[in-house]
Design a protein around this ligand. Sequence first.
Ligand code: NAD
Ligand code: 13P
Length: 352
Amino acid sequence: AHKSKVTVVGSGNWGSVAARLLASNTLRLSSFHDEVRMWVYEETLPSGEKLTDVINRSNENVKYLPGIKLGNNVVADPDLENAVKDANMLVFVTPHQFMEGICKSLVGKIKGDVEAISLIKGMEVKMEGPCMISTLISQQLGTNCCVLMGANIANEIAVEKFSEATVGYRGNRQIAEKWVQLFSTPYFIVTAVQDVEGVELCGTLKNVVALAAGFVDGLEMGNNTKAAIMRIGLREMKAFSKLLFSTVKDTTFFESCGVADLITTCLGGRNRKVAEAFAKNGGKRSFDELEAEMLQGQKLQGVSTAREVYEVLSHRGWLELFPLFASVHEICIGHLPPSAIVEHSERTPRSS
Ligand code: NAD
Ligand code: 13P
């Protein structure tokens, strides 16, 4: 029978862990080719070597996931067109800001019967309004596109600590089951729900709440305050998602992609960590500067997502309905001090 070929587009911290996870399953499952191809945005390391060459020689992404073997069936490829040309199953996992450019260069380069999934937490805001990354992929490439989100700090999954994840799908349950099969391991439990928008918005919006939680940590306001911010944030996540897409289900917020991802990101994520440093410095050092210094090339998604959400809120006249989301952006751009996070977020309307 026809075997599916898997390509991962992206090779950052989560991209590398995703490739490792998939590669352990393609070896095991007879319906997939063993090889997992991983597109690498090429860069030259301080040693003068190309990152791709080092990955293929050492089987390790020494820059974004040092110390972890990816599996011998992971092949790094710096040529995007070549990496996707034979793939039947495309896994997108880059920082969201690069996806528009990547999609443009992929138009006409992929096979006709490709299935896609996005692990990317973020959105784009266009003249017509917000556009989720899975929508960008399916519109530009003409493919179906599922999403996979969850409480998934990559470094923990790299060492096979137990976690759960959620696949969001639109109509086709069979395709969703194929993705579940391809990602599931005894330490990575995947559940499919028919709510692409809800799942993707959970993953996207929790990064904004994580910044708020980081501000609270930086100001040493304590656990009760942080829990209050997470509660208000979760409520804004739900209200915003439902205003954008009336089909979003309440139950989605109780899946791994919802409350669980919110908790793990507010405890141990990069957005939290850099926001804590931002608040400690009284907002005097920019997020760009702190990101470059603290994350060694990894990228934050929350700061640009806060801006994108703010654009939607101001366009639609919803700013007053979402005081936490709005104040996170205003703090990020220096219009409010980090300490404003609590008093401003507490302005949340009590009803709903
Ligand atoms: P990362 O933060 O490690 O980002 C760095 C990657 O971006 C590198 O592969 C780098 O080569 C690439 N890059 C830099 N400039 C580029 C350019 N101009 N064009 C294309 N690529 C470029 O990446 P990540 O952690 O794999 O995150 C990808 C997505 O996965 C994000 O949306 C993130 O929110 C999500 N995610 C991350 C984690 C995690 O724990 N890291 C967990 C779940 C979801
Ligand atoms: P950070 O990007 O804040 O590290 O969040 C990681 C994540 O999405 C965990 O599920």
